[in-house]
Write a protein that binds this ligand. Structure first.
Ligand code: FRU
Length: 504
């Protein structure tokens, strides 16, 4: 029924509009708003049984502009319900990116009836005054309605934004990290009450530089493979352009944080360490206030790239989040590196399971994967081959390839032939360096109609790429070039996750 309604709506649109718009197959378990434009995740916080996902949202169209905080909630990180706008733009300021906390001790005084308030700390972007400064809004009804308290921190800059705030237990105060975007600096401030902020320190420029540093995050993680009880801090910094996948991407630093200053571990490389090697993982930030019995660090990214974000051929919404990912920190010979895997809750959407094994050669072997929405676990042995390819082919012959090149230690996503042309920066190939001396690799691929999230060797590297198709159903196949390879696959169909409010 829903599909028919959508088809009729799309045909009506085509009949009345000069621009041919096509309703693409919506992702089934990645969050997208019902309609219009979405960018960065904002205000990720857990409270009273709900994970909140706020996001940069334009309620007036499907390109960037009129930034509001859109809002969705979930009880399990995989079923999302879209709610009305949380924080609107005002006559003076757009509501740019930021974070949210539960003020458990009511340090702000905004609590009511003995219940802690939710506090959003975000950037007010004032285009007329050419000023970006930090604002506070609060909610006493589980994030459903918000009162803007107003500006709490300005340094008089037009490019000071994206505050990430969290409670620092050791020093018993709030910490904010925000960026001076053009200068490539992260500034750290502290506060007793979320309203008065004191400058503490500055970090950068460092690592990947350029236009712009955006959406910082700072959190502590235990070190797997480290000394007993070792913990380190991860500073995430997003880079607007010229990241490893071409356009926007995230980098991170590992070090120590004493409540005032972030110091990278000795020997931390001077070049950027990337969160993800694809083009479509940006503005990733993590949840605050997960339940006490849940020690995980979970983040989510905007699956898009500023180079072509406003041109991607989806309708009636333009903007998609990745699945929430658990972030961990490992120490190996290479040093401290993050790893990412889909949160375990993703498995609760599994439908039918199929197990499959094949020896591959140049003739494509059909894989038992139905359609564009699937959770796939591959174990690949490159054998004597020089390239193993997992290929998605649509009804018009467009192809997106996930490949393994054992001879050059690469896993890649090639979308040079994935869908009709819509932007010159899109058709490219993204490579993650992976040690393939053993010639074996494990790939977990989350596919969802227009996105591939590839987790390599338990998330030691990831490649996140959107793809768009000409039409028709997707077919999956695998092949090996230059020799034989072995493939084992466990494939699950996926049940719908994201609540699909129909576009009005
Ligand atoms: C990152 C970003 C942020 C800013 C927001 C505006 O994608 O540019 O720095 O707050 O988007 O929508």
């Amino acid at each position: 029924m829903k599909k028919i309604a959508l088809f009729l709506a799309a045909s009506a649109m085509l009949a009345t509009s000069a621009v041919a718009q096509r309703a693409d197959p919506r992702p089934s378990y990645h969050f997208a708003p019902a309609k219009n434009w979405m960018n960065d995740p904002n205000g990720l916080v857990y409270y009273d049984g709900e994970y909140h996902l706020f996001y940069q949202y334009n309620p007036h169209g499907d390109r960037w502009g009129h930034m509001n905080w859109g809002h969705a909630v979930s009880r399990d990180l995989v079923h999302w319900q879209e709610l009305p706008i949380a924080i609107p733009e005002t006559a003076d300021v757009m509501a740019f990116s930021g974070s949210a906390v539960v003020d458990w001790n009511n340090t702000s005084g905004f609590g009511r009836n003995g219940k802690p308030p939710l506090i959003a700390i975000y950037t007010g972007h004032n285009p007329k005054a050419k000023l970006q400064s930090q604002y506070v809004a609060y909610s006493n009804d589980r994030g459903r309605t918000w009162t803007v308290h107003g500006e709490v921190l300005s340094v008089g800059s037009p490019e000071f934004r994206d505050p990430k705030v969290f409670w620092h237990a050791a020093t018993k105060r709030w910490v904010m990290v925000a960026v001076m975007a053009l200068e490539n600096r992260a500034l750290i401030f502290t506060s007793p009450n979320l309203k008065q902020w004191t400058f503490a320190s500055s970090f950068g420029p460092a690592g990947g530089r350029g236009k712009n540093w955006e959406c910082p995050d700072l959190f502590e993680l235990p070190v797997e493979g480290g000394a007993a009880g070792e913990k380190r801090w991860v500073l995430g910094i997003n880079l607007g352009d010229n990241a490893v996948g071409g356009g926007s991407g995230g980098q991170y630093f590992v070090g120590d944080f004493d409540g005032a200053k972030f110091t990278p571990v000795p020997g931390w490389p001077g070049d950027a360490q990337w969160m993800d090697y694809g083009a479509d993982f940006y503005a990733a930030v993590s949840w605050n206030d997960l339940p006490k019995d849940d020690p995980r660090r979970i983040w989510i990214g905007w699956a898009n790239d500023w180079r072509y974000a406003e041109a991607i051929p989806t309708w009636p919404s333009r903007g998609l989040m990745t699945v929430p990912r658990q972030v961990t920190l490992r120490k190996s010979a290479a040093g401290y590196r993050i790893a990412q895997m889909p949160v375990r809750e993703v498995a609760s959407l599994h439908g039918t399971r199929q197990d499959f094994a094949a020896t591959l050669d140049e003739t494509p072997t059909a894989l038992p994967v139905q359609g564009g929405s699937a959770d796939l676990e591959f174990a690949i042995d490159g054998g004597s081959s020089e390239q193993v390819a997992i290929t998605l082919t649509d009804g018009e012959g467009y192809q997106t390839v996930v490949g393994v090149n054992p001879t050059v230690d690469e896993v890649f996503v090639d979308r040079t032939r994935s869908g009709p042309h819509f932007h010159h920066a899109f058709a490219n190939r993204h490579v993650a360096p992976v040690d393939l001396k053993s010639r074996t690799v494990r790939l977990r691929i989350l596919a969802d109609e227009s996105i591939l999230e590839v987790f390599i060797n338990d998330g030691e590297r990831t490649i996140t790429d959107r793809f768009f198709r000409g039409g028709g159903p997707l077919r999956w196949s695998a092949s090996a070039r230059g020799g034989n390879a072995k493939l084992k696959l466990t494939a699950w169909t996926m049940q719908d996750g994201a609540v699909k409010a129909e576009a009005e």
